[in-house]
Write a protein that binds this ligand. Sequence first.
Ligand code: NAP
Length: 272
Amino acid sequence: MWRRVLGCLRTNPVREMSTSQSTFAGKVAIVTASTDGIGLAAAQALGKRGAHVVVSSRKRANVDRAVALLQSQDIGVTGTTCNIGKAEDRERLLQLTLDQCGGVDILVSNAAVNPFFGNTMDSTEEIWDKILSINVKAAFLMTKLVVPHMVKRGGGNIVFVSSIAGYQPIQGLGPYSVSKSALLGLTKVLAPELAPSNIRVNGVAPGVIKTRFSSAIWQNEDSMDEFKKQLSIKRAGETEEIGSVVAFLCSEDASYITGETIVASGGLASRL
Ligand code: NAP
């Protein structure tokens, strides 16, 4: 516990750090669904550049594993369980961040589910409720919780993790693709509303990235061969290649960018 608290309060004299490590010095970043895959890579990318990161997911064992990994990389980290679909969990995640880190500057909204594969016409109300509730509604409600605290800090950054499927629907993943298009819209809607508070709102739309979530695609030679026909860079992406985009969007290097979603898909087509 103390180690985690001290991590939040660490001052890290700037002169002792490289430019990269000092990018987010003194900043606190909440990354949802961050004990594995893209969320974990985003936490690592922000943490390596000096942010204190707050990681979470549903399972305690995963949280403990991610915290240990990040600590071993000398990243300041706080971890807790949080099912992003539950209001009480979202509130607890924020309160823990405020109590232990004193505020929040960055939100990476990364959690998503996909409980359905098939023809969209076969999807049920229950499936639509689940997908929209986690992938879109919870992303907004977490943002709504965090924004007043960013305002108190004089500004902040929000990044929604969308998907290439939000631009070009993936066959069999209709409802999920629609939810990811909705995040492109949410980014556009919130950016002008939050700009006066010095909060930038952007997104990243990954292509096929090697994680458990997408293993059915990249571990299957036939489906990967199919994807490769459309890829300019003929391989699946690595999680670090998304983490670095998230870090860029949250950094001062992106100070004139808001309301945009950066596609990192190895060249998969990205027109709506
Ligand atoms: P992943 O490697 O399978 O990791 C998923 C993470 O989310 C885990 O840490 C998991 O931990 C957590 N999680 C799952 N449900 C949660 C919930 N309800 N509340 C909180 N945490 C939850 O997945 P990923 O591929 O990195 O996906 C992350 C994001 O990237 C998603 O938004 C996905 O749509 C997007 N994306 C992925 C790809 C790809 O190719 N991988 C492409 C485009 C977009 P627990 O099990 O402990 O909860």
